[in-house]
Ligand binder design. Structure first.
Ligand SMILES: *Cc1c(COP(=O)(O)O)cnc(C)c1O
Length: 394
């Protein structure tokens, strides 16, 4: 028996988007209120304030009406002025990609780029900023999802603050899946969204903007307004007494509300622990079967996605097809530079459950074996289960 490509996968264990939590799906199906109905305006305010609680910010975050690429492009457009020099940190496809947006708005974009299975060294950032005091904005991706690797944004943030520049962070696939916050990394602009670890469908962006970043945006004559990219337009829209610049995504806000309730009720620490344990079980299984993790060191392996290096000569494409056809499990390919070289298993939101790590090890191992790789799937599964049991018994 095999699963057909034309029917949906039985299990989606991708690195985002992931299946939404059942509570979120139910909320998406509730009444779509008129946005200027006072009940909706009060509800909207309460959802943004809930997001503020979840993000731990001093001011309510911006809620933008599109998935986080909108906020990342909007951040570049709003924060970066024509005379600015930007330092872009690239340790993967998303980090590299932000540099292209930055280049549209900046006078100059400098870059520190490292191999996509490694991370940025904060000391390199320190040395660069010392030699280039003209740098106004430093941009970095926290979890570069196509590599499954983490940058130490808290250490980078401290270096950037010391140099008097503003840090712009893409925390889309890490926030709500591990301990990270705008305050901890001293971010000027911290972009995330509910479509990864919070378990919502892709549709909205959440952005924390510091007072210093707002001052810079206010002083930027080219910061967009009357635009879907505008930060300024949405700055006060959270207040029930203020108008919306455009119609907000009403149904998605119903979904976000349910996701935030779930996150806060389960408790952020418990949610992070669930993600970390799932990733650990998965990594132990992968290693024990004889496959290799993509990151050079487990210290930089993300708790929200595990990337597995393809053994020599094996292309990831057919392995992914095997996992889908044999086990009904959908996994993620790499992107651009990492395409074909690795496979990613997501541990985000509803899929951050230890049982899914066992399933992922089975599907990955079985598909690798069927593709001719020398892997010991039974050893991988035994190690994965032992890791799970050890966590239960401790
Ligand atoms: C998912 C994600 C985004 C959003 O971008 P899409 O390519 O549209 O999914 C941005 N940054 C990171 C790091 C992400 O993982």
């Amino acid at each position: 028996m095999k699963y057909q490509e034309t029917t949906p996968p039985v299990f989606t264990l991708t690195a985002g988007p992931v299946d939404a939590y059942p509570e979120v799906l139910r909320a998406l199906g509730t009444t779509v209120l008129y946005d200027y109905d006072p009940a909706f305006q009060a509800f909207y305010e309460s959802v943004v304030l809930k997001a503020q609680k979840a993000m731990g910010t001093d001011a309510p975050p911006l809620l933008l009406q599109g998935e986080p690429v909108l906020a990342l492009e909007g951040a570049a457009a709003s924060l970066i002025a024509k005379e600015d020099v930007v330092l872009n940190l690239a340790s993967g496809v998303y980090g590299k990609g932000f540099g292209y947006w930055a280049a549209r708005y900046a006078k100059k974009v400098e870059e520190i780029e490292v191999p996509y299975n490694t991370a940025i060294d904060p000391e390199d950032v320190r040395a660069f900023l010392k030699a280039h005091p003209e740098v106004k904005v430093v941009s970095v991706c926290h979890h570069d999802t196509p590599s499954g690797t983490l940058n130490d944004i808290n250490a980078i943030g401290a270096v950037v603050a010391e140099a008097g520049a503003l840090l712009l962070v893409d925390a889309v696939s890490s926030w709500a899946g591990m301990p990270t916050s705008p305050a901890a990394c001293q971010a000027g602009v911290y972009v995330t969204g509910p479509n990864k670890c919070l378990g919502c469908p892709p549709s909205l962006s959440l952005v924390a903007v510091s007072d210093a970043a707002w001052a810079k945006i206010d002083a930027n004559p080219d910061a967009p307004f009357a635009s879907m990219l505008s930060f300024t337009d949405w700055r006060n829209a959270w207040k029930k007494t203020e108008p919306f610049p455009f119609t907000p995504s009403v149904a998605e806000i119903n979904g976000l509300n349910a996701a935030l309730d779930r996150y806060l009720d389960e408790g952020p620490e418990a949610v992070w622990e669930r993600h970390a344990l799932t990733a650990k079980i998965c990594r132990e299984g992968i290693k024990a079967m004889g496959a290799e993790l993509w990151p050079v060191s487990e210290d930089i392996a993300s708790p929200t996605a595990t990337s597995v290096k393809m053994p020599g000569g094996i292309d990831a494409g057919p392995v992914l097809k095997e996992a889908r056809a044999r086990y009904g499990v959908s996994l993620s390919a790499g992107r651009n530079e990492t395409l074909g070289k690795l496979i990613r298993i997501g541990h985000m939101g509803p899929t951050a459950q230890p049982g899914y790590a066992l399933l992922a090890v089975a599907a990955m191992g079985g598909a690798l074996k069927a593709s001719g790789a020398k892997v010991d799937v039974a050893a991988g599964l035994a190690a994965a289960q032992a890791t799970w049991d050890a966590a239960i018994d401790n």
